[in-house]
Write a protein that binds this ligand. Sequence first.
Ligand SMILES: C[S@@+](CC[C@H](N)C(=O)[O-])C[C@H]1O[C@@H](n2cnc3c(N)ncnc32)[C@H](O)[C@@H]1O
Length: 257
Amino acid sequence: MQAQPNLKRQSSQPRRLTDSIYNRFVQATTWLIVGALTAGALVLAGLAYWELVIAEGAHLGQRVVVLLYDWAAQRYEFIKKFDAEYEDRALGQPLALALRRTTPCHVLDVAAGTGRLARSLLSQPAFAGAVVNLDLSRAMLLHTRHHQAQHERRVHRVQSPASRLPFADDTFHAVSFLEALEFLPDRKAAAREAVRVLRPGGWLLLSNRVGPDVPWLSGMTFSRPEFLAMLSELGLCEIDVQPWELDYDLAWARKPL
Ligand SMILES: C[S@@+](CC[C@H](N)C(=O)[O-])C[C@H]1O[C@@H](n2cnc3c(N)ncnc32)[C@H](O)[C@@H]1O
């Protein structure tokens, strides 16, 4: 009668050992799965941040870029915090000076956003011309209205892709293309298109992204020598490239007469 408990104890020990190994295995597997899922979610969040915030959707095509700008239009000015004095010094005043002998004078701002160039240029007493703000984002174009109400008759808005400008050759006395070339799928073709609509003797203002984000924008920017080479290939003259803002180079160049 007394042997029974002993027998039970003997048979339950290997079972407990198996159970404990099994439990540890389940625990380890659960942690492994949780770890892998967390790592996957972090990688996905990192990729989404990189593509949607740093590259602004550029690798996902024109539609995604424009969708993001439509969505962000209301906050764009708040995010950019444009300094009117700096804008005048870097853009409005020198461009008004370069165009002072040109009347009538027509300026095109490609990928104009909320119309920063027009705002600065139209406020210069030396400039009496008109500005076309062209952008593919309707919401960005709508925001130019709030900022240019007092110059309404001298501002035109065109919703169009920068890659196919709806204008004849040699139309504008100046074309600006600021902070946008990096979002175009074919940057050289887009720059060529800007030069096409520029009149002989007209000025091109073109920015190229530089700075700490560039390694993350693979294939979207030019190195400075590449940028200079592209401007020469476009047949431009009087090329001058200077650092501008925190993370851009700005080229001023002329289409030969
Ligand atoms: C960073 S914002 C620059 C806006 C303005 N040039 C400035 O400096 O404030 C980029 C602008 O490019 C426009 N854009 C992006 N892809 C475009 C395309 N394919 N055609 C026309 N505009 C485009 C966006 O809608 C946005 O307004």
